[in-house]
Ligand binder design. Structure first.
Ligand code: SF4
Length: 254
């Protein structure tokens, strides 16, 4: 086995870079390649192949807005459930439709496909362009469907920092608390992508900010598959994922 990936335990999928939001803090910047979606069947195969060989304990789907392509999300989590991967998570902004029937149907399908943890991104930044009511509706539907759901806010500078954005975020979180929906620790915004463009006044731009999610190229624990199939220098539409993992050369990524 390739020593650089022997501790692989998490698979992530960017379902699409397309999004219903246009957030000021978005690390994806202009959402180039927004029209591309990951292929459901190929994504499910990646999960089955990796979980057959590695001790995977979590699978996560995000975006963009992953629920713009629910079939791919279902396929990933269905495969993860079949392979007995315990943590099956989605990060969503919660806004993919205003149609109550569709919102309810998607929530039910997510539960049926084994999703057991949903983080809903809601805060001052998301709610500048995303209406809160459909997000609340989706959140209540997944809760009713029996899925653990929490709000995951983005904090500017830090959770404790006093600024108008954090103040507005706290008000939004209170609205969810009234509904019985709690919050996760959330993320602290790193000034990259749109955040670098629009929020740099809050940061010391002479400093280097490192994402807490960055992987050590010599000890890959998590891989992330792009909508175009790219991962670790290979492409799942052209090469089997196990072969991509075997061929992975840390030297070309450091
Ligand atoms: S919802 Fe997420 S992906 Fe979409 S614009 Fe906002 S931060 Fe970016």
């Amino acid at each position: 086995m390739n020593q650089y990936v022997k501790n692989l335990n998490r698979i992530e999928f960017v379902i699409t870079y397309g999004c219903t939001g246009r957030c000021k803090h978005c690390s994806e910047g202009d959402h180039n390649s927004a029209g591309q979606f990951i292929e459901a069947e190929a994504a499910g195969r990646v999960v089955r192949d990796i979980a057959g060989k590695y001790a995977v304990n979590s699978v996560m789907t995000f975006g963009g807005e992953p629920l713009l392509c629910p079939e791919a999300v279902y396929a990933v989590h269905q495969a993860a459930m079949e392979m007995k991967i315990p943590n099956r998570q989605i990060i969503t902004n919660g806004f993919f439709s205003r149609d109550s029937e569709k919102i309810k149907r998607v929530a039910g399908e997510l539960a049926r496909c084994g999703v057991n943890d949903i983080l809903v991104s809601a805060d001052a930044f998301h709610q500048e362009t995303i209406p809160l009511e459909p997000v609340k509706e989706f959140t209540m539907e997944v809760k009713r469907a029996g899925i653990r759901v929490q709000i995951q806010p983005a904090w500017l500078v830090s959770k404790e920092h006093e600024n108008p954005y954090n103040h507005c975020t706290k008000e939004i979180l209170e609205e969810f608390e009234v509904m019985g929906i709690s919050q996760s620790e959330g993320n602290v915004i790193i000034p990259t992508g749109n955040a670098r463009r629009y929020l740099s006044e809050y940061y010391d731009m002479s400093r280097e900010y490192i994402s807490p999610y960055e992987e050590d190229p010599r000890d890959i624990r998590a891989i992330c598959v792009d909508p175009n199939g790219d991962v670790l220098g290979g492409n799942i539409y052209e090469t089997g994922i196990l072969e991509i993992l075997e061929r992975y050369d840390a030297g070309s990524f450091s």
